[in-house]
Design a protein. Structure first.
Length: 340
């Protein structure tokens, strides 16, 4: 019998691509999503892209234990991938309670329901933002953690909860994946990132400039201690992130307990390098102006991707050109995102 994976936040950017990857590898996939920051249309796109339907999808908030418990009662869940969370750094500063409630209390509710139904295998969506303002890169899983905003605190707090739960419940198997900067889209152009309102993140903003929805990019500072002065990040293709989750599910039984892994490429790219690459991929120059630094931004965050490579014999395969090309294809085919 194929394994059934329950994916919370399955209609979101990373969740939807991961569902396609799981379906393509024969898994049965159940989605739970409250759609506060995702379009229900994404669920149709998942089925269309994968050429196979989801086993089921439920509009449920993970904090609603009774509703969540009914979902677990209706399916024989073998593993859970937990994406459902708020994820905007700036918003988390304005709405810290909302962030703790959804991200931390939501994870606790999910754990309680998993426990009630005898489900012990979990892949958790964490973030490289737990490292904060890193002294030096690349960052290994042993680099010091120092969150600088409520969002990053919630992710680290969830990791701590999971680690402690694993220390006391011998049957638990949890892998926390600290992603660097997921970008790009499914190569079909059917699935991609569909931010509501003005994008916070660099790649979707650049894509909207290229398609003519926005006049120019603001580059947040060119006086960082990096080669060209602009911020350096480890951009990772969302299809590699999705593949990483599927591989993680395959490795859940390697050992019991809690483990944390970086999910990045190990390559740093500056804002101006990304702008140039996107201009090349789209054939459209990206107008930009340099403005002040964005409060809370750090100079450079780049992964040491060696741990997953050693543990799973797996590495990312898609480069910056593929990230820009696929993001641009999605933007062109869906200039206003998924119809809402
Ligand atoms: N940037 C610009 N102009 C923009 C947007 C971004 O110059 O309009 C720059 C930023 O200053 C930074 C780089 O582009 O140097 C990347 O910025 P993003 O907002 O795309 O990504 P961040 O690294 O700031 O943060 C992202 C997510 C967070 C997550 C973090 C690490 O937004 O949720 O990665 O996982 F926590």
């Amino acid at each position: 019998m194929p394994e059934t994976v329950l994916v919370t936040g399955g209609a979101g950017f990373i969740g939807s691509h991961t569902c396609v990857e799981l379906l393509a590898h024969g898994y049965e996939v159940v989605v739970v999503d409250n759609h506060v920051n995702s379009a229900p249309h994404a669920l149709d796109r998942i089925a269309k892209t994968a050429g196979r339907p989801l086993a089921a999808s439920y509009q449920v908030d993970v904090r609603d234990r009774q509703a969540l418990s009914r979902v677990f009662a209706a399916h024989r869940v073998d593993a859970v991938i937990h994406f459902a969370a708020h994820k905007a750094v700036g918003e988390s500063v304005a709405l810290p309670v909302e962030y703790y409630d959804t991200n931390v209390a939501g994870t606790c509710a999910l754990l309680a329901v998993m426990h009630e139904h005898g489900v012990h295998r979990l892949v958790f969506s964490s973030s490289c933002s737990v490292y904060g303002d890193a002294d030096s890169v690349p960052l290994t899983e042993h680099s010091p953690v120092a969150p600088t905003n409520p969002y990053a605190h919630t992710k680290l707090m969830c990791e701590r909860v999971l680690e402690d739960v694993c220390a006391h419940l011998a049957e638990m198997k949890v892998l926390a994946l600290r992603y660097f900067n997921p970008v790009g889209a499914h190569p079909s152009g059917l699935l991609g990132e569909d931010p509501q309102g003005v994008p916070n993140n660099l790649m979707p903003y650049v894509a909207q400039v290229a398609v003519g929805r926005r006049e120019r990019l603001s580059v947040f500072g060119d006086d960082y201690a990096t080669a060209d002065g602009t911020g350096v990040r480890d951009y990772i293709h969302v299809m590699d992130v999705a593949e990483g989750h599927r591989v993680a599910v395959e490795h859940l039984d390697d050992r019991a307990g809690f483990q944390v892994f970086n999910l990045g490429t190990g390559t740093g790219t500056s804002v101006l390098q990304l702008v140039a690459a996107f201009g090349e991929a789209s054939g459209r120059p990206i107008p930009y102006q340099v403005v002040d630094r964005r409060p809370g931004d750090v100079a450079a965050l780049v992964a040491d991707a060696g741990a997953v490579a050693a543990a799973w014999n797996w590495t990312t395969t898609r480069d910056l050109t593929a990230m820009c090309r696929d993001a641009w294809r999605f933007q062109q085919l869906n200039p206003h995102g998924y119809a809402r």
